[in-house]
Design a binder for this molecule. Structure first.
Ligand SMILES: O=C(O)CCC(=O)C(=O)O
Ligand SMILES: [Fe+2]
Length: 247
């Protein structure tokens, strides 16, 4: 695919307040992080040098189960089948909310902050990481659903700190937290990267789902072409946000 005709992920939706003309949607009562996190020593593991890093067992299996039961009750919306020009075809059910508190909790109450800022990987992120994008996206892919090949954009965002300060940031890496896998009956759904901008099976790097694994991949101008492969049985559940660095 030519770089100038890059297929992008659909843009983040406007906040609920702008979309509906009402007050921003109430934050869900996300389940507590129990047992307390992290449950394992979170050692970032590089899958593609400087581009893809994973943290295995970031969420224990029991917590993934609690989250899937909870997320199932949220008002997920099935994407319309036909993407706008230049946008990737995404066929899944999705819930999206701007939730600063949950983004802060994921960052500070899980061991993620320490793992991301640890000196072995701290230089990867393209600046000083200050937190996660409050734009939280939940995806459910059932049999037949997928996210076609695309690139993720970098976005400018303002982060609110606990102390009330506003910090201008830019997103640099995508964060995907897988809540299900083959162990839970989900077949397919791998996240597949194409390092040379073409969808070549010979060059693909397919990351299999692992329950509780967190994956980070570089996005913006040198994002790798990637896709969420079709799920053929069971359900793939993902929490998506992004790393934010100071701008
Ligand atoms: O679900 C996946 O494996 C990929 C998701 C993705 O590419 C995205 O959220 O931009
Ligand atoms: Fe993506």
């Amino acid at each position: 695919m030519a770089k100038d005709k890059r297929s992008k992920a659909p843009p983040p939706a406007a906040p609920a307040s702008a979309a509906t003309g009402t007050a921003a949607a109430a934050s869900p009562s996300w389940p507590p992080f129990k047992p307390s996190l992290p449950v394992v020593d979170l050692t970032p593991e590089s899958l593609v040098q400087d581009k893809v890093v994973v943290l295995r067992s970031f969420f224990p299996r029991s917590l993934c189960r609690d989250y899937v039961s909870f997320l199932r009750e949220l008002p997920l919306i099935t994407t319309p089948g036909k993407p706008k020009r230049g946008e990737a075809l995404r066929v899944n059910d999705r819930f999206q909310i701007s939730d600063t508190r949950f983004a802060n909790r994921l960052w500070t109450e899980t061991g993620l902050k320490e793992a991301v800022l640890s000196k072995d990987v701290a230089q990867l992120w393209g600046g000083e990481v200050v937190g996660l994008n409050p734009n939280i996206r939940i995806y459910r892919y059932s049999a037949g659903q997928f996210f076609d090949a695309h690139y993720d954009d970098s976005n400018s965002v303002t982060l609110k700190t606990e102390a009330g300060a506003q910090v201008p940031v830019v997103t640099t890496w995508t964060l995907l937290l897988y809540l299900t896998s083959a162990a839970d009956g989900c077949v397919g759904g791998e996240t597949v990267f194409y390092p040379h901008d073409r969808r070549s099976p010979k060059e693909e790097i397919a990351v299999s789902l692992e329950t509780g694994m967190l994956l980070l991949h570089k996005h913006g101008h040198d994002c790798m072409l990637h896709e969420g492969r079709e799920v053929t049985a069971g359900e793939k559940w993902v929490i998506r946000t992004d790393l934010c660095v100071k701008r």
